[in-house]
Design a protein around this ligand. Structure first.
Ligand SMILES: NC(=O)C1=CN([C@@H]2O[C@H](COP(=O)(O)OP(=O)(O)OC[C@H]3O[C@@H](n4cnc5c(N)ncnc54)[C@H](O)[C@@H]3O)[C@@H](O)[C@H]2O)C=CC1
Ligand SMILES: O=C(O)CCC(=O)C(=O)O
Length: 353
């Protein structure tokens, strides 16, 4: 990988490679853009197959956070961090060493909980730095509000596509029944939706099957189901040249970050198939909205109002895409980049004054 060229092309401001011998730590903190505010983005711990894969993940996820904050109108920039490790080898020493790296950035990067990091782990990191979010019990963690945002996004997509607000009787396929997926199933079930679900964890599948009378399918069959909506709530990269030909759902609306394997190519493939894609960083902004509100003093009413904006933002993006004959992914990107450009201009005017 041509490191500086890649970083320049993607627009990152700073990448911090964190390493140490005792404890043995390898982590990457990627700060994409701070025009709108300090870079916010949770920390993921994962046994990446290579250092390059870890870097790619950090670069893409952090850029996604910039766009997420901009589309949600949150005064925050985009960042994300990855710790290269097996979940089994996670120790308090490792997390505290990582916390000291976060602290060294003096608030340019504020982090929370992503894959394989628990709220307790965040509290351990917080022993070394105050630049963490998601430690408060008050807001109930980011997943419930993320799933509410995804549910509202599904409503917006249904309204745009079929001019109806009534979801009753529709069929939704949910991939991944973790913190967000399970909560999303509850919302969908409460609105009379027939659920088709999958997860690699049998216990989670059984629980959702019993709670919400869901039909269970094996993981590789979720793509080809004849449903109204496909909601990816597990991993990134699942919308790719291998899976897209199988898709039958006219709407894709789910929580997973970085759903498109290749943003340009695969968003175009979806559009060509007539599939309405809800850009992931718009529909899954609930978590960011929640932790941002925790940071400024949690006000439930305010946080919920901001999450409800996801509905209008998505409708606006669908309309821009239709009018300008571009993909929904490009429409969302333009919206975010316009807001960031305006912020940069007003920041440079302030410096000049
Ligand atoms: N938690 C939050 O508030 C937010 C989460 N996200 C994204 O949403 C996604 C889900 O997040 P969480 O529910 O918090 O994570 P989680 O780790 O609780 O759940 C993910 C689930 O996906 C399952 N899974 C993994 N591989 C699978 C496969 N091949 N097929 C089917 N299921 C599979 C796992 O077993 C797990 O149950 C992630 O991509 C995350 O980055 C995005 C924004 C906020
Ligand atoms: O939890 C955070 O720090 C921000 C939310 C986030 O990282 C995400 O939406 O992926």
């Amino acid at each position: 990988m041509l490191l500086f060229e890649t970083v320049r092309e993607m627009g990152h401001e700073q990448i911090l490679f964190c390493h140490g011998k005792n404890p043995d730590i390898r982590a990457i903190i990627a700060i994409h853009d701070t025009s709108l505010g300090p870079a916010m983005g949770a920390t993921r711990l994962f046994p990446y197959i290579s250092e390059e894969a870890a870097l790619q993940d950090a670069l893409r996820l952090s850029r996604g956070m910039t766009y997420k904050a901009a589309c949600a109108n949150i005064p925050a920039g985009g960042g994300k961090a990855v710790i290269i490790a097996n979940p089994e080898s996670k120790t308090d020493d490792l997390l505290r060493a990582y916390g000291r790296f976060v602290d060294s950035l003096n608030g340019r990067f504020i982090t929370g909980q992503d894959v394989n990091i628990t709220p307790n782990d965040v509290r351990t990191i917080a022993k070394e730095t105050k630049y963490v979010v998601g430690t408060s019990e008050k807001s109930g963690g980011p997943a419930p509000i993320t799933s509410l945002g995804v549910f509202l996004g599904i409503k917006a997509a249904v309204e745009f596509r079929w001019r109806t607000k009534n979801l009753e009787g529709m069929k939704v396929a949910v991939q991944g029944l973790g913190n967000v997926g399970k909560n999303l199933c509850r919302h969908l079930h409460e609105h009379g939706i027939k659920l088709f679900v999958t997860d690699v964890d049998a216990a989670k599948v059984e629980e959702v099957q019993q709670l919400y009378n869901a039909t269970v399918v094996p993981p590789d069959e979720i793509y080809s189901l004849d449903v109204d909506i496909f909601a990816p709530c597990a991993l990134g990269g699942i919308l790719n040249s291998h899976t897209i030909p199988f898709l039958k759902a006219p709407i894709i609306a789910g929580a997973a970050n970085n759903q498109l394997g290749n943003e340009q190519l695969h968003s175009q493939l979806l559009a060509k198939k007539g599939i309405l894609y809800c850009p992931d960083y718009v529909i899954n902004a609930g978590g960011l909205i929640n932790v941002y509100n925790e940071m400024i003093g949690y006000d439930e009413e305010k946080a919920f109002k901001q999450v409800h904006n996801i509905y209008d933002t998505l409708l606006a993006i669908f309309n821009i895409a239709k009018q300008q004959e571009i993909t929904t992914n490009d429409a969302a990107k333009r919206l975010a980049e316009d807001r960031i450009r305006n912020a940069k201009q007003s920041n440079s005017k302030k410096v000049a004054a």
